[in-house]
Design a protein around this ligand. Structure first.
Ligand code: X8Z
Ligand code: ZN
Length: 611
């Protein structure tokens, strides 16, 4: 979070003098002449100046955003939107100014820094202050609608998303689940018009920076031709799909036994409200319904947290202790003073978990409405992964204070959470005994429900957005296209006919928040490669799903070497430092789950699979 370049008012003025918009022919001539005479030294002056201004602007806009997200009111939304507008305008001006060095001979490092300035805006505004103000207001409105969303159930209870999430994790009542599922999707109906306009404006902004649409701009951030990025995702998905298909087939048939074939047909997509999660994006919460017989590992982290009286702070301390066991410094005192760990009772906040780095030094925080569950314990590791990464690259120039690609940022905490194995849990006293090998299919099943189930969801969100941004999908078809992709990739379907005004994508945080989503798909592939590499360095002899790198200073050192590079090199170089490979590959995740895959194939024999 919050790694994107935001710039100061001063910067707007400086950059505006360098921009070429609305120029007369005479002025264009002058610019062309100037371009011919620009040198690498000019690039240095420009980049030094921008770097200084960026630090100040990042701090200012992060503070405004932090206050807004921790205290949503009309006023904080207005302040956040003004600051965002200023930052976006400055970023656009910098991007245009950076493009003036396109034909100039600069050093490779300068070229990389200039490219980041040109590409890294997630939501570029048109170069028209009325429109940039409108875009910023829309952003704040969408965020507020999501953050304030509640639903009053058929039985008269008013619930937040957190309440609904908790109920959906444990309820096995078809009708109750349906009520919650459709209820949350009522909050996003008013988003559709705003989203439509936001798409128009952001596309106009992307066009102004030379991209054919916003999707093309997003795809340009991966140190490969933008057109190849989509193909790369498809290649990786092709590797994982056979395993997903077998998991889907097995889960569907077990759900069909629980809910009846009339509710879960064996030849159709799975109704999306039955998978233990509001978006059917990870399925770990229905483990009890699909658990392999005689292979139960015999513990449930949620229960163990309660038995051992873990409150929210103790959960975060527990996750921090893993990182310090690897040799990372403890979190600063201000982290504990300034983070938000529990949902306040008296005000609206954005509860979706996030990690922040306010000053690019030590002011790191998380913001999360923690629930005392095993799932949230993993999410805490995820968030701290962001914070430890941010601290590791703080000595890089501001342009490189980011992950190698955005998947890396999402993968680090998850990589650590893969080491939360029975052996580790016993070592920290959360469980009393380590289940023996005969329980491995149970352990792997639980992990597959979380990780393998997620992968097609991680892919389809941006497939949808790319189609929306390119105009291939128009507003009348937003929702239909969403469900087509949900069926195609995940094999899940809306459990009831959707109204013409429904805007179901808006019920997923990252759509109104405008956070690209391919990063999570990448992270799910990468984290298994990182885990495998770190386990090797730690001298692990156990099967990979039982490996924990806890306490391994060697593994910590290797991880840190990659993290401290930030985005200073193409991501392939950072990847190579840890894994030895320059290409992402799904074999690590496939190897990890190989015993489960064999088991699933046997279970699925004679079953009708596919959707
Ligand atoms: O949004 C997140 C993190 C914050 S970066 C909690 N995740 C995605 C989601 O919740 O949809 C982590 C996994 C996928
Ligand atoms: Zn994250």
């Amino acid at each position: 979070m919050n790694n994107y370049f935001k710039m100061s008012a001063l910067a707007v003025v400086v950059a505006a003098s360098l921009t070429g918009c609305n120029d007369t022919p005479v002025k264009q001539e002058a610019i062309a002449k100037e371009q011919r005479t620009l040198t690498s030294d000019d690039a240095k002056i420009f980049l030094d100046k921008v770097a200084k201004e960026l630090v100040a602007l990042n701090l200012e806009s992060s503070r405004a955003e932090w206050i807004y997200q921790n205290f949503i009111t009309e006023d904080t939304a207005a302040l956040s939107s003004t600051t965002n507008q200023k930052a976006t305008e400055a970023s656009v001006a910098y991007a245009v100014a950076a493009a003036r060095f396109d034909q100039i001979d600069v050093t490779p490092t300068q070229r990389r820094q200039l490219n980041f300035l040109k590409q890294s805006l997630v939501i570029p505004a048109p170069q028209d202050s009325k429109k940039s103000a409108e875009l910023a207001e829309i952003g704040a409105k969408l965020g507020s609608i999501y953050g304030k969303g509640t639903y009053t159930t058929k039985s008269g209870e008013t619930l937040s998303l957190g309440d609904m999430t908790a109920k959906m994790a444990t309820s096995r009542d078809y009708e109750e689940l349906l009520d919650l599922w459709q209820g949350w999707r009522q909050i996003s109906v008013p988003m559709k018009e705003l989203y439509t306009r936001q798409t128009q404006l952001a596309n106009e902004g992307a066009n102004g920076l030379g991209y054919k649409d916003l999707g093309a701009m997003w795809r340009s951030n991966y140190d490969m031709p933008a057109d190849d990025f989509g193909k790369e995702l498809n290649r990786l998905w092709g590797q994982v799909k056979p395993l997903y298909d077998d998991l889907h087939c097995y889960v569907r048939s077990e759900l069909s036994q629980t809910y009846g074939e009339d509710k879960v047909a064996l030849d159709k997509p799975i109704p999306a409200h039955l998978l233990g999660n509001m978006w059917a994006q990870s399925w770990g919460n229905i483990y009890d319904l699909v658990a392999p017989k005689n292979a139960d590992p015999g513990y449930d982290i949620t229960k163990q947290l309660a038995v051992h009286q873990y409150d929210e702070v103790k959960m975060v301390k527990g996750a921090e202790a893993f990182f310090t066991s690897l040799g990372f410094d403890a979190l600063p005192e201000t982290f504990w003073q300034r983070s938000l760990f529990t949902k306040p009772k008296d005000r609206d906040v954005i509860c979706h978990a996030s990690a922040w780095d306010l000053d690019a030094k030590n002011d790191i925080r998380i913001k999360m409405c923690i629930q005392r569950t095993g799932e949230e314990f993993s999410t805490i590791h995820h968030e701290l992964g962001h914070n430890f990464y941010q601290r590791a690259y703080q000595d890089q120039p501001v342009f490189f204070q980011n992950s190698a690609n955005d998947g890396f940022h999402e993968a680090i905490g998850d990589t650590i959470a893969l080491s939360v194995t029975p052996k580790y849990l016993k070592e920290i006293g959360l469980i009393d005994s380590i289940p023996d090998q005969s329980k491995d299919i149970g352990l792997l099943m639980k992990m597959a429900l979380e990780k393998i189930a997620f992968i097609p969801f991680g892919l389809m969100v941006d497939q949808w957005r790319w189609q929306v941004f390119s105009g291939e999908v128009t507003p009348e078809n937003y929702n239909t296209a969403w469900w087509e992709l949900r069926e195609k990739y995940q094999g899940v379907a809306a459990p009831i006919v959707r109204n013409a005004n429904a805007f179901d994508p808006g019920a997923k945080y990252h759509v109104p928040a405008n956070t690209p989503y391919s990063r999570y798909f990448l992270a799910h592939i990468q984290q298994f490669e990182f885990h495998r590499a770190l386990c090797k360095i730690a001298g692990n002899k156990d099967p990979i799903h039982r490996c924990s790198i806890y306490n391994s200073k060697e593994a910590g050192q290797a991880l840190n070497t990659m993290l401290e590079m930030g985005s200073s090199q193409p991501w392939q170089q950072a990847y190579k430092v840890l894994t030895g490979n320059e290409q992402m590959d799904a074999t690590a995740i496939l190897d990890y789950f190989a015993p489960l895959h064999t088991w699933l194939k046997a279970k699925n024999q004679g079953k009708q699979c596919g959707f």
